[in-house]
Ligand binder design. Structure first.
Ligand SMILES: Cc1cc2nc3c(=O)[nH]c(=O)nc-3n(C[C@H](O)[C@H](O)[C@H](O)COP(=O)(O)OP(=O)(O)OC[C@H]3O[C@@H](n4cnc5c(N)ncnc54)[C@H](O)[C@@H]3O)c2cc1C
Length: 632
């Protein structure tokens, strides 16, 4: 293998493999992907959709980052999961494949004054990234799937195989009906760009044999024989090597930008540093926590943080690692008299064996898909029904400066950027075009109580998916093996905490609304005694709130003068030939449709989703790079 490549991609995850795939369509360029984890597509925990939790529990495939103790969560440290495997987080995720609403992508465009990141411009990329098998009569009639072919891609050059479950639970249908009865708009395709409504989510599964379709399945395996596409697994990038034109700062006018000339890495089990030469560009796709780490280890970031970690600064870019947002997860679990739930699989080894045998024999049964069915309530309903949201919104508007200052952590430019983000988000709430929350149903227990009564459950997930709080991640050591500090600043904005608590009330309401009430046998968690807003908040802080594994924003796509790190072609400011392609570029988080945590076969799992958007980022970078081999 050559050690010089036109394009070096750091991280073979969701976006990284999409970029590699599209670039390698041109046989005249050479590409190498360097991925820290193994190719694990052969593991049943990966390819059988219903074993989603078991794959995540394989510690060898999961970075499982720990947060700092969170002051607003009674100083609890949470775990943020992320795939450490070829295919990245799509190899261990829950395969849900809806999209966020139009307004949230339009917010990125507005923030960047660049319409190419708005919904209308991104829709062709959503379509191009997927190959959807439309629902059949059973899925429409029995499963309640609503499908709009106008917004989906099904061409043979689409990449991610997407389909609908072939197994439905009665309680999912009842719950969707209850949500509509409670006032939410009715069934619709969750990829339509209109976030108001309840519906069944597509999944990134291949319905030809009901297997997971990860980024590896979509963008690598069918193309592995391309002679110009090289993938090195079990290899962790330690730094990018720069051509430094002259010593000192690179921010001065007329000075030539920094240029990546090589990428260094270590193979698992070896101490020796290896290196590949970058002929044209490097693309960093190491994920929201991994990517800023690679830049900081390479001397790019806030120089005080770098020096404290023993790294000599090369380029001052103080927003690297800042602006981190994560979705916060919680749930209400209730006892149910529904006879078919996922609970047997969580507790009974015989049931697992039986379902495994069904899957192996003819790809049927409970393991064929992820059993969560989704529903999205509109914000006006949530807040009008739960009281004081209009007041909280007013307070948030009045306090914008305070919180922008707090979250910017002394970074004056980023303070402007966070302020601009908050203004857009608060306006979108007031206009009822973006959703701060998601409720969705899991047909079984999905909490963390190992000693719970052995009964059948319904769980309503309640996810805060447009948090205003912003935290950060940074290195503390020059040693690649040291995990970075991760502080998502959960609930630091009071609107986040209040909104999330309101979601619990909303979830409860749908559980007792007809026809859902017909299978409701009382609440297990947080528990019927937890009623007042204060008690609900306390319960979230003490135990129920967890990470939704949905971190974004640490290499934010924003103008440099408001604290951005990359421009709208995802080029890093001040660097000539390096782009970022992964969830870290999302300046404002988008809606995720989430489930978890739950236990399967004694293994805990968390479920999350935003991969459809990350694929779009990868698809776009593929196009940016191939249409513009050098930077303007
Ligand atoms: C448990 C879980 C469940 C989820 N459920 C869903 C869901 O149901 N639906 C959905 O849409 N989204 C879901 N998500 C979220 C979604 O999968 C992620 O947001 C998305 O895949 C992130 O893509 P990425 O390209 O930013 O990073 P990743 O896909 O995580 O890729 C980053 C890659 O870089 C590699 N890497 C990191 N550092 C280095 C280094 N120094 N050297 C070499 N390689 C490195 C990593 O090993 C990894 O392979 C879930 C996530 C998790 C963790």
């Amino acid at each position: 293998t050559s050690s010089t490549y036109d394009y070096v991609i750091i991280g073979g995850g969701t976006a990284g493999l999409a970029v590699a795939n599209r670039l390698s369509e041109d046989p005249l360029v050479s590409i190498v992907v360097i991925e820290a984890g193994p190719n694990a597509e052969y593991l049943p925990e990966v390819f059988i959709p219903g074993l989603f939790g078991s794959g995540q529990a394989l510690t060898t495939l999961n970075w499982a980052y720990s947060t700092t103790p969170q002051p607003m969560l009674n100083n609890r440290s949470l775990v943020i999961n992320a795939g450490r495997v070829l295919g990245g987080s799509t190899t261990i995720n829950a395969m849900l494949f809806p999209r966020a609403g139009r307004a949230q992508y339009d917010a990125w465009a507005e923030l960047n004054r660049d319409a190419s990141w708005g919904w209308d411009a991104l829709l062709p990329f959503f379509r191009r990234s997927e190959r959807v098998t439309p629902p059949d009569a059973f899925q429409v009639d029995e499963g309640g799937v609503t499908y709009d072919p106008e917004v989906h891609g099904s061409a043979s050059d689409g990449r991610v195989k997407v389909g609908y479950p072939n197994m439905f639970f009665e309680q999912s249908t009842l719950w969707r009906q209850a949500a509509v009865a409670a006032g939410f708009p009715g069934e619709k395709d969750l990829g339509s760009g209109d976030p108001h409504g309840v519906g069944v989510s597509p999944e990134s599964i291949d319905v030809a044999n009901y297997t997971r379709c990860s980024a590896t399945c979509a963008y690598y395996t069918p193309f592995a024989s391309r002679p110009n596409l090289n993938v090195i697994t079990n290899a962790t990038v330690t730094r990018i090597v720069w051509d430094i034109p002259s010593p000192g700062s690179y921010s001065g006018k007329g000075q030539r930008n920094l240029r990546a000339i090589a990428v260094e890495f270590v193979q698992t089990g070896s101490n020796g540093i290896e290196s590949v030469t970058v002929r044209r560009e490097a693309v960093v796709s190491a994920g929201t926590i991994g990517t800023p780490k690679v830049f900081e280890l390479s001397g790019i970031g806030n120089s005080s943080i770098l020096r404290a970690a023993g790294i000599e600064p090369v380029l001052e870019l103080p927003s690297v690692g800042e602006n981190l947002a994560d979705h916060v997860h919680s749930y209400v679990s209730a006892f149910t008299n529904a006879s078919l739930t996922f609970d047997a699989l969580l507790t009974n080894p015989d049931a697992i064996s039986e379902q495994l045998s069904l899957w192996v024999t003819n790809h049927t049964g409970l393991l064929t898909s992820f059993p969560g069915s989704l529903g999205l309530p509109g914000p006006s309903n949530i807040f009008n029904n739960t009281g004081n949201f209009p007041t909280l919104l007013q307070e948030a508007k009045a306090n914008i400066s305070h919180f922008a200052h707090l979250f910017a952590n002394g970074n004056a430019l980023l303070e402007k950027g966070i302020r601009a983000q908050h203004e857009i988000v608060l306006r979108s709430y007031a206009d009822d075009v973006a959703l701060p929350l998601e409720n969705s149903l899991f047909p079984g227990y999905a909490g963390t109580a190992a000693d719970r009564p052995q009964r059948n459950y319904t769980t309503i997930m309640n996810v805060l998916y447009a948090p205003l709080s912003r935290g950060r991640t940074h290195i503390t050591s020059s040693d690649i093996r040291t995990a970075p500090v991760v502080d998502p600043a959960y609930y630091m904005h009071p609107l986040d905490a209040a909104t999330h608590a309101a979601g619990i009330s909303l979830a409860r309401k749908t559980l007792i609304t007809p026809p859902m009430d017909s299978i409701y046998l009382g609440e297990f968690e947080p528990g019927s005694k937890v009623r007042s807003s204060k008690d609900i908040s306390n319960s979230l802080r003490a135990a129920i709130a967890s990470s939704d594994n949905h971190v974004t924003g640490t290499m934010a796509m924003m103008p440099k003068e408001i604290g951005g790190v990359v421009d709208t072609k995802l080029r890093v400011y001040g660097i000539e030939n390096v782009r970022v392609a992964d969830a870290s570029i999302m300046p404002i988080p988008v809606s995720a449709h989430t489930v978890g945590p739950l236990r399967l076969s004694s293994r805990s799992l968390l479920i999350r989703n935003q991969s459809s958007t990350v694929y779009v980022i990868g698809e776009r970078v593929g196009l940016f790079v191939s249409s513009q081999a050098t930077f303007s």
